[in-house]
Design a protein around this ligand. Structure first.
Ligand code: SAM
Length: 217
């Protein structure tokens, strides 16, 4: 475990040196919840590498730099209401919960991954993440409106329900683009009058967001 943690610390230092981890808060979250806690045993020794890794059901846990980019962009503060779509391993949800210091809801469409994430979160000692089985393209109305919604799968377009479930002034971080591994990372800001402003933050590569307002199965 110590060797894994030493390697993980070096990854965090590298991400800081590269200017990808910018804030003390994201740094602390990464150090508190290393990625190796959220992968199967056979992948733990690769968890410090800055690459996506396989998780069950043919999905991936994102590369550390990608997760750091999205969390820095999200500017999470204690107390804000955040929804994550695409739970996967539960790693990003654990980091979000560390940053907002309150309950976080995260939605996953594959039952096997709901169970995988719950096990990982429990073993990592994360108590304030609620993993919901469902289609995240519909959002999660029971906890809306949200300050921030983070989508960790690639959509064909911005799903309308997610904009509806943002607070005025709220922000949606979402990869939008093609089905096969090329999207633009968008920040969608809902203005006080209900209109939206969209900023692009460059090219990314995610597995597809599949659902009513995403890609069809
Ligand atoms: N955030 C995850 C983590 O920390 O491990 C990685 C997410 S992985 C890149 C994308 C996930 O989105 C997959 O687990 C996939 O099953 C899920 N997904 C795809 N479409 C979805 C939908 N409509 N609702 C919820 N989850 C979805």
């Amino acid at each position: 475990m110590d060797e894994l943690y030493e390697k993980w610390k070096r990854t965090v230092e590298m991400l800081e040196w590269e200017g990808i981890i910018k804030s003390k808060e994201v740094r602390e979250a990464f150090l508190r919840y290393p990625r190796y806690l959220f992968v199967e045993d056979r992948y733990k020794k690769y968890a410090h590498l800055d690459e996506p890794l396989p998780i069950p059901a043919g999905q991936t846990v994102s590369a550390p730099h990608m997760v750091a980019i999205m969390l820095e962009l999200a500017k999470l503060k204690p107390g804000i209401n955040v929804l994550e779509i695409g739970t996967g391993s539960g790693w990003n949800a654990a980091l979000i919960s560390y940053l907002v210091k309150r309950d976080v809801y995260t939605i996953e469409r594959i039952p096997e991954l709901v169970e995988f994430a719950k096990r990982n979160l429990e073993r990592a000692g994360v108590k304030n993440v609620h993993v919901i089985l469902g289609d995240g393209t519909r959002g999660f109305p029971p906890r809306a409106p949200y300050d921030v919604i983070i989508v960790t799968a690639g959509a064909p377009k911005v799903p309308d329900p997610l904009i509806e479930q943002l607070k005025p002034g709220g922000r949606l971080i979402i990869p939008v683009g093609s089905y096969h591994m090329w999207q633009e990372l968008l920040e969608v800001i809902k203005k006080k009058d209900g209109s939206v402003e969209i900023k692009s933050h460059g090219g990314v590569a995610f597995v597809p967001l599949i659902g009513e307002y995403g890609w069809k199965e």
